[in-house]
Design a protein around this ligand. Structure first.
Ligand code: ATP
Length: 306
């Protein structure tokens, strides 16, 4: 009996080691936002990118077969236009951006770019055509310059600086102890959500992709930061096909179309003015957010007067 229990314990140990290794790999994929299960088709061709028109046709998708997330979503982002997706938490907004990037394959319908199904093209070519400004940007434990240059490793110092200026982060960087050479990330200077998002915008400016996905942070930003980020985004998204996953309604006002997603279905769609007139879900979200902003500003004023 004793003889047997030793190897069994050993197997248990090895098993735990392997499990740990798997968890690390899963975490790494999460970090890179890459899913291992999606593979290139054997005859996949590079995406022939023209102007980057996006089309979702009757898309059905679930992470888990028992729980449908998107239930027949159709919309287009014409080349150079901006479409914003809004809606309650958990509605499936971020899922749309993951499907465009093809982190997952859909169950039925199609997602295509310039008329080419994302499943028919190489992932490498698809992803190099898309610039993603995610909710929470992962920074490398390296300098600010390195983190910005990641968007285009061959970029010159001058290009990195210009990108930072466009992203409205140059002034902040100039005030850092070592400027562009300041170390950031987990083991360096920690940047706020708004600062990280601007580093991501600077990366995207360097990458200059035909398609832009902006997944806004849920966390509230102060009015000045929000305005700076908006200015930066207006510049980057100009003449670029842009899909905005919006949490702050201030970013959607200028969108060519706003899609209101609710429980995986399109509840309303139209421009800001059209949707306000409908006095539906969008109008009530808008009013609620405006009241919250006003209350916040009021509170700030009271504090400042103290
Ligand atoms: P929020 O505004 O809170 O960011 P959202 O509208 O962007 O929400 P999604 O992130 O698209 O929502 O998620 C839609 C649903 O899918 C949620 O119920 C979520 O729990 C589920 N979900 C998201 N990612 C996964 C995943 N990797 N595996 C399983 N379920 C997931």
């Amino acid at each position: 009996l004793l003889q047997l229990s030793v190897p069994l314990n050993f197997i248990g140990f090895v098993y735990r080691e392997i499990r740990q290794g798997l968890t690390d790999i899963e975490q790494m994929f999460d970090l890179l936002e890459v899913k291992a299960e999606v593979k290139d088709a054997p005859d996949a061709a590079p995406l022939d990118i023209k102007q980057g028109a996006i089309s979702f046709k009757d898309v059905h998708f679930s992470y888990d077969p028992a729980r449908p997330i998107l239930k027949g979503i159709s919309f287009e982002v014409p080349a150079g236009k901006t479409v914003a997706v809004v809606g309650p938490s958990g509605a499936g907004k971020s899922t749309l951006s993951r499907l465009l990037y093809r982190f997952y394959d859909i169950q039925s319908g199609s997602v295509s770019v310039d008329g080419q199904d994302v499943r028919a093209v190489t992932q490498k070519s698809l992803r190099s055509a898309i610039g993603m400004v995610p909710q929470d940007t992962v920074l490398f434990n390296d300098t600010v310059a390195y983190n910005i240059r990641y968007g285009r490793p061959s970029a010159s110092d001058a290009d990195v600086k210009t990108a930072a200026e466009i992203a409205q982060i140059a002034h902040f960087i100039d005030l850092l102890p070592e400027g562009f050479d300041t170390k950031v990330g987990e083991r360096g200077l920690k940047l706020s959500g708004g600062e990280k998002q601007r580093v991501a915008i600077a990366r995207t400016v360097l990458k200059a992709p035909p398609i832009l996905i902006l997944d806004e942070a849920t966390s509230a930003l102060d009015t000045t930061t929000e305005r700076d980020i908006q200015t930066a985004l207006d510049v980057v998204s100009k003449n670029r096909t842009t899909l905005v996953i919006a949490h702050r309604l201030s970013t959607v006002i200028g969108a060519d179309e706003i899609i209101v997603l609710k429980s995986g279905e399109i509840a309303e769609r139209g421009t800001h003015a059209e949707l306000l007139q409908k006095k539906g879900l969008y109008a009530s979200m808008w009013n609620r957010q405006r009241e919250a902003t006003q209350a916040e500003e009021h509170l700030k004023q009271v504090r400042e007067n103290d």
